[in-house]
Design a binder for this molecule. Structure first.
Ligand SMILES: [Zn+2]
Length: 319
């Protein structure tokens, strides 16, 4: 790992960076779910700048940490993550498939959480990565998030590794629908049902009691009557081999890897860091708190994504 050193000359360089990054629109971050951290160290900014400048085809992997500044909590952050604040855990795939009451509970909570969850907006970090794509710096983006914020930001060269809560599909016939469309079906089926949303989770889940859930009506597929499931890889399920191979191919075309806002605890994402190590690609991590690959990364930075990424200057490689 690079060592952090204080150099007075770097501060001037950073002010210069600030001036040149005006194209990135700034949004006021909601920091309630962001772990406490120090402002970016000037030396670390210079090190990340060096890392990004040296990359011609950057592979970026993001996790819940990039969306906390949009007001969505993550699962694992110390003190502010969902696991630290509550005893709730996300639904397991097998439970959703097996149990009608588990699906009823899931959809009731999802129905209540949807208006708020779907209204979250991308923050500065999402916008910066979108700009890096336009400038020809970012070769491929893989997100472990299911919140659609990269899509809302305008990223296109992207794989949603664990799917997206904004899409729903039928387990029987495979028919796909937009999540926003079935909100109306939910309302029609449950005209008098009401519950308060509080504590929306990274997948749009909220807290509801069993009493609140038991009268909730769940719509079936309008084509075949099958079970509807969000297009999301639940815990306990696996990412399709086709998608994994596709991401490996994009990684093989890349020359370095940046992890932003992820502790990489989940194997489905971690395997790509292992593949990057095997290919001896330089790896940089931008995450508040430890990650699973700290010991083999070439650079580790403990800063907010939305604070550090806009400081990095990227020239247009497409012209
Ligand atoms: Zn169907």
């Amino acid at each position: 790992m690079f060592s952090a050193r204080k150099l007075s000359g770097v501060c001037r360089a950073i002010r210069f960076h600030h001036c040149r990054s005006q194209s990135v629109s700034r949004t006021s971050p909601n920091l309630a779910f962001v772990p406490a951290c120090l402002p970016p160290d000037p030396v670390e900014v210079e090190e990340l700048q060096h890392f990004v400048s040296n990359s011609k085809r950057l592979f970026v992997m993001t996790g819940a940490g990039i969306s906390t500044e949009s007001g969505i909590p993550d699962y694992r952050s110390e003190g502010v993550g969902l696991y630290a604040r509550t005893d709730r855990r996300p639904i397991q795939h097998a439970e959703f498939i097996r149990s009608a009451s588990a699906r009823q509970r899931y959809w009731a909570r999802n129905f209540v959480g949807w208006p708020q969850f779907s209204s979250h907006q991308p923050n500065t970090a999402h916008l910066v990565l979108r700009d890096w794509e336009k400038l020809g710096k970012l070769h491929w983006l893989v997100t472990q998030n299911v919140d659609a914020l990269h899509t809302k930001a305008g990223s296109q060269r992207m794989t949603e590794l664990h799917g997206c809560t904004h899409r729903v599909f039928c387990l029987a016939c495979g028919d796909q629908i937009l999540r926003s469309e079935i909100q109306e079906h939910f309302e029609a089926l449950n005209p008098t049902w009401k519950a308060e949303a509080f504590g929306v989770a990274p997948d749009g889940d909220v807290f509801l009691t069993d009493e609140q859930v038991c009268n909730f009506q769940v719509p079936a597929c309008s084509k075949c009557g099958g079970i509807l499931k969000p297009d999301v890889t639940f815990f306990g399920d696996t990412v399709s081999q086709e998608k994994v191979s596709f991401v490996h191919e994009r990684l093989a075309e890349s020359d370095s890897m940046l992890v932003a806002g992820s502790s990489m605890q989940v194997y489905s994402g971690y395997r790509f860091a292992l593949a990057a190590r095997e290919k001896q690609l330089p790896i940089a991590i931008l995450n508040i708190g430890p990650t699973r690959l700290d010991h083999f990364a070439s650079l580790k930075l403990n800063s907010r994504c939305g604070e550090l990424l806009p400081l990095i200057v990227v020239d247009d490689a497409t012209s």
